[in-house]
Ligand binder design. Sequence first.
Ligand SMILES: Cc1cc2nc3c(=O)[nH]c(=O)nc-3n(C[C@H](O)[C@H](O)[C@H](O)COP(=O)(O)O)c2cc1C
Length: 194
Amino acid sequence: MKKNLKLRAVVSPTPAIIAAAYDENGKADACTLAFYAPTSHKPPCLTIAINATAKRKTLKSILHSGAFTIGYPSVEQIAEADWIGMASGYEHDKIAEVGWSVTKAEMIDAPVINELKLTIECKVVKTVTIGSHTQITGEVVNIQADDSILDERGRYSLEKLKPIIYDEENWRYLAVGDGAARAFNSGLVFKKEG
Ligand SMILES: Cc1cc2nc3c(=O)[nH]c(=O)nc-3n(C[C@H](O)[C@H](O)[C@H](O)COP(=O)(O)O)c2cc1C
């Protein structure tokens, strides 16, 4: 038997990521997001959604600068990511409060949080507001990875990155588990010959 659950947008698992952008004074803003989706291969694009009715400072900064980064905090950085998702840049210098620092991105005018080991640089290509949130689609123009999360073939490794999974249903964070199987391969057991 199946049951209908409470309506909500975040049906976990989804990663908790940190979006960052410069405000009109060149100050770096950041907020934690669970509303995040990859949305195009060519060109590579991803879409984030930020609450427009709640006046998020990071949303204002992204719309002003036309650029943003998203970075992946690790399970060792849960407290920092949680605080960046609780306090607002209107009242707090959150990045400094958690002891982090920023460097300007290589390809866009947006801050890269130095302590995050995987960062995607995005140029805003489209925004649309549906309901409470403004969806911002960014074209991926650069991906920066720390050496420490790369494997011997130069690919980033989720085991090394240790991203955070956000569980909206239970208001908690989880770690990514073990590798389970090979993708685009496991399904071959159902392929009929000829
Ligand atoms: C785990 C987590 C996920 C969140 N996801 C979103 C989200 O997807 N969209 C959003 O607008 N706010 C989200 N928030 C809330 C913002 O991060 C929060 O309101 C933040 O204080 C906004 O900061 P700002 O005003 O400096 O931009 C999330 C917070 C947490 C802790």
